[in-house]
Design a protein around this ligand. Structure first.
Ligand SMILES: Cc1cc2nc3c(=O)[nH]c(=O)nc-3n(C[C@H](O)[C@H](O)[C@H](O)COP(=O)(O)OP(=O)(O)OC[C@H]3O[C@@H](n4cnc5c(N)ncnc54)[C@H](O)[C@@H]3O)c2cc1C
Length: 321
């Protein structure tokens, strides 16, 4: 049986951090070892207590003024340094764009393995960490384990449910960020204007496809999203071919896991499905009863989206009034 020291979790995304704590808690309970959350950021103070309430035994809190300017280099150096000193066996990192890069760079520096986008993590009878990840557009699942330590795995948003907070006590330790001379000079930072919630983070996603004839015809979908406090997205052809939007959902776009996905005029090609198949409830509206999307749908609506979406909006408005 392998001797484990501790399980660590880290993500710069607050929600994902709480979900990682939930997954880490179950691994550390099985192994009867400590769960440590690592908080790195110029606003780390004030967040540590919450991480304990959601299940962490210990929080390493690294607050540093320069984190605002070059967070990636400092996170990499600080985490690598901390791991080398405290030697956790398992490190779970949130599968964000930054998190994936960070995980693979730490793994390279520590000459260990890194498994990205794990959808399942467990400890087997021999005390080995076993991971599963979906590959080939959702057509296969790879089961993998590690031959070196520490075991580094990244976990996407909404893979685990966060735990209910409780009044637990934990150990919060303030640490210094490792002083590094960044290899990049940040010339300027301009914030992107984000008016809506990111589609990956939305609880409800209304997705439009080529069944919609013009960009203006997205209006009823937007109205529906507004009523349901959701987010509108689309398939790739509407972005790549018609140039109506800049992003899309799917294999080559955003992977989403909303509570409710409503697909309007979408055929259900595997490349699109690969990005939304983990949605909890799938509603599909398509005039073709043979459309492939219906294979993945919990609710099939066969008909014209130009009649159905406005009708849903009308009924919801009536109910709200
Ligand atoms: C390498 C590669 C990567 C790709 N990656 C992605 C990706 O990440 N995401 C992605 O989305 N696509 C991706 N694609 C494209 C993908 O293969 C499909 O072409 C695309 O998903 C189809 O989009 P669609 O469902 O909007 O259009 P279509 O396949 O044309 O489907 C339109 C549907 O609308 C229905 N319809 C038409 N009018 C109405 C109406 N009035 N009311 C109701 N229903 C109606 C039709 O019955 C039809 O089923 C990729 C392709 C390649 C080659």
């Amino acid at each position: 049986m392998k001797e484990y020291v501790s399980v660590w979790v880290y993500s710069e995304n607050n929600n994902l951090m709480l979900e990682l704590i939930s997954c880490g808690r179950s691994l550390s309970d099985t192994l009867k070892i400590e769960l440590t959350a690592v908080l790195i950021g110029d606003e780390a103070e004030g967040k540590a207590d919450k991480l304990v309430k959601y299940g962490a035994d210990k929080v390493f809190m690294i607050n540093h003024p320069t984190l605002k300017e070059s967070p990636d280099e400092i996170c990499l150096a600080t985490l690598t340094d901390l791991i080398a000193t405290h030697k956790p066996e398992i490190l779970l990192i949130g599968s964000t764009k930054n998190g994936k890069e960070l995980a693979s760079r730490i793994a390279a520096r520590l000459e260990t393995g890194c498994i990205q986008d794990c959808s399942y993590l467990t400890i087997n009878g021999e005390g080995q960490l076993i991971t599963k990840r979906v590959v080939y557009s959702g057509n296969a699942v790879v089961t993998a384990t590690f031959s070196r330590s520490p075991h580094i795995a990244t976990v996407p948003l909404r893979t685990f449910e966060k735990l209910e907070p409780t009044e637990r006590k934990g150990n919060i330790m303030k640490l210094e960020a490792k002083a590094v001379k960044p290899r990049l000079d940040v010339v300027s930072v301009s914030k992107m204007e984000v008016t809506d919630v990111k589609v990956e983070e939305a609880r409800i996603v209304i997705c439009g496809g080529r069944g919609i004839d013009s960009k203006e015809d997205f209006k009823p979908l937007k109205e529906l999203a507004q009523i349901l406090e959701g987010q509108v997205s689309n398939t790739r052809p509407l972005a790549e071919d018609r140039k109506w939007f800049s992003g899309w959902v799917g294999l080559s776009g955003k992977k989403i896991k909303p509570t409710v996905y409503i697909g309007c005029g979408i055929s259900g090609m595997i490349q699109h499905v690969a990005g939304m198949r983990d949605s909890k409830i799938v509603v599909a509206i398509n005039k073709d009863p043979e459309a492939a999307i219906f294979e993945f749908a919990d609710y099939m609506v066969v008909g014209d989206l130009y009649e159905i979406v406005p009708a849903i909006v009308k009924e919801l408005k009536k109910a709200l009034d």
